[in-house]
Design a binder for this molecule. Structure first.
Ligand code: PDD
Length: 278
């Protein structure tokens, strides 16, 4: 496996990061996952803009313009021309003695590689999700590598036979552990508004655009757990999730939502996404 680390392509076994890297010590870094279909990136600019936003928010000085060529090369280095997959980008604040405040001098550590992902067939699946408390920090708009809350929450879901979580903060549904959450009620689509409680998902934005282009009403407003029983469809969106139908939403062992068929609006949006990516 070939990876790009700090300006050089290397075999993964030879790519080494310092034990004093702040990404390792503090989770002081950001990441992006950008999908590609048939070897072509999908919504790459949006992903890079989100990375720029995050870098600015946490004061990591790094010029991302050079990343474009590296991303194209990443697909070739992974032998994925003409295939489906995703590129992983991680930028940390770099190496410095362990002090909490930002060091006056540190050079960002940059890691990039591409990996294969099965992106076909998502429209045939339907998954069960677990309602969990969203105990993450209050800057979920920053795509930080500090994902211990996300991984702990998702681990609980997966260990209990669920595919993903639907997270709630004080009863208000925010998003998934690694995806965005949408609801459909009476043919109207709902999702949590952007802000500090969710990641501004790129697939979320693409899905909202697809709604608008197809005259499907979309309202960016949060729904509460109590409203779960009133919705007709639930689906998840994300780079590797795409638009995935939800079959049940379970809280404390009780299904608050259950739908064995993939809903009509979900199907339309899935077909529209396939139209954009294939
Ligand atoms: N996860 N919300 C969270 C918390 C996420 O981690 C992700 C993506 C999304 C969907 O965002 P997008 O459509 O831009 O992929 C929403 C990535 C894929 C991951 O952690 O692997």
């Amino acid at each position: 496996k070939r990876v790009f680390l700090n300006g050089e392509w290397k075999n993964a076994e030879e790519a080494k990061i310092s034990v004093f890297d702040r990404g390792f010590v503090f989770g002081d870094g950001l990441y992006e996952v950008i999908p590609f279909y048939n070897g072509k990136f999908f919504l790459k600019e949006d992903h890079l803009n989100r990375l720029s936003y995050g870098l600015k928010e946490i004061n990591i000085e790094f010029e991302i313009d050079g990343i474009n060529d590296v991303l194209l090369k990443a697909i070739r280095e992974a032998d994925l021309d003409g295939s489906d997959g995703a590129a992983y980008i991680q930028v940390t604040r770099g190496v410095a003695p362990r002090i909490h405040s930002y060091p006056s001098e540190s050079k960002p550590t940059v890691l990039i590689y591409a990996f294969p992902v099965v992106l076909e067939g998502f429209e045939e699946k339907s998954v069960d999700v677990l309602v969990s408390e969203d105990y993450r920090w209050h800057r979920c708009d920053i795509k930080s590598t500090s994902l211990v809350a996300n991984v702990a929450m998702n681990n609980e879901a997966v260990k209990n036979g669920f595919h993903e979580n639907v997270l709630h903060r004080n009863g208000v549904i925010t998003e998934g552990s690694h995806s965005s959450v949408f609801f459909v009620r009476n043919k109207v689509v709902y999702t949590h508004p952007n802000g500090k409680f969710i990641l501004p998902g790129i697939t979320r934005k693409a899905t909202i655009d697809l709604c608008r282009a197809n005259n499907i009403q979309i309202i960016e407003t949060p729904l509460s757990i109590d409203q779960l029983s009133t919705v007709d469809e639930v689906f998840l969106t994300g780079t590797t999730t795409q638009i995935l139908a939800v079959r049940s939403v379970v809280m404390n062992g009780v299904a608050r939502f259950k739908q064995n068929q993939i809903g009509e609006i979900t199907r339309i949006l899935q077909q529209e996404l396939i139209g954009k990516t294939r």
